[in-house]
Design a protein around this ligand. Structure first.
Ligand SMILES: Nc1ncnc2c1ncn2[C@@H]1O[C@H](COP(=O)(O)OP(=O)(O)O)[C@@H](O)[C@H]1O
Ligand SMILES: [Mg+2]
Length: 240
């Protein structure tokens, strides 16, 4: 479904990606893992069109995405839930969702999509009139996910959905991911949380300093956990 070849992303004189190649097949959950600064968001943002690729190819079902504006890529069913959630704190949960629905659909489909998404998130249904600012980190992440899903994505790009969440809330987010796949969504998941990301993924890629240094079956990568850990240097974070 998605094929990324030799992707290079530069920010001025900083080269963030040095030729990243990866594939995501239809119906797959693929994890892109790596330490802070490895280039995970840059990869994802190039796919969604939020940042420009300096070199390389990004194909969705064979069609080149490089050079297309983000809104056109979104219209083709590529929906990104960005790092940091970015919900509207002053709007209610319902307003946050209706805004996302209005951006994604013609008016006919809106109500249906809202109901379909609320079925996945009973917590949000109970709190429709509450402001975004009243949500916990985990709840805000659920709202960010719901907002992405309301656009009926075919390829969902999740950028660190567990970042900053308490373990229980992170678990809820990871539990949801296989259910999204069951509903027909293909998923590229970016995470620093190596163990949980590989536990829900079919395959994984390890990104280090803007290069893929390891890839394979998620279970096999989990088996190489020590290797992965040394690649990522997350021992330090765990001690801290
Ligand atoms: N807007 C930007 N301007 C300059 N450098 C950036 C920008 N965004 C990211 N970078 C740099 O690119 C590299 C990769 O960053 P990023 O893709 O955000 O990594 P990750 O998501 O894996 O933490 C880092 O060295 C980061 O400092
Ligand atoms: Mg990032």
């Amino acid at each position: 479904m998605l094929e990324v070849r030799d992707l290079v992303v530069n920010y001025g004189r900083i080269q963030a990606l040095h030729g990243v190649s990866l594939n995501v097949a239809e119906g797959e959950i693929v994890a892109l893992i790596g330490a802070n600064g490895a280039g995970k968001s840059s990869t994802m943002n190039a796919v969604s069109g939020v940042v420009r690729a300096s070199f390389g190819e990004i194909r969705l079902e064979g069609e080149e995405l490089v050079g297309h504006p983000a809104h056109r890529i979104f219209r083709r069913g590529v929906v990104q839930v960005p790092e940091g959630r970015l919900i509207f704190a002053n709007l209610t949960i319902e307003e946050n969702l209706r805004l996302a629905a209005a951006g994604a659909h013609d008016r006919r489909g809106e109500g249906e999509e809202l109901e379909r998404v609320l079925d996945l998130f009973p917590m949000l249904r109970q709190r429709l009139k509450d402001r975004g600012s009243s949500l916990s980190g985990g709840q805000a992440q659920m709202l960010a996910l719901a907002r992405g899903l309301i656009a009926a994505p075919r390829l969902l790009l999740l950028d660190e959905p567990s970042l900053g969440l308490a373990p229980l809330a992170a678990r809820e987010v990871f539990d949801l991911i296989p259910r999204l796949r069951e509903s027909g969504i293909t998923i590229l998941l970016v995470e620093q949380n190596v163990r949980q990301a590989l536990a829900v993924a079919d395959r994984g890629y390890v990104l280090e300093g803007g290069r893929i240094t390891l890839d394979g079956d998620a279970k096999e990568l989990l088996g190489h956990e020590l290797l992965v850990k040394s690649y990522l240097g997350i021992h330090r974070e765990e001690v801290a």
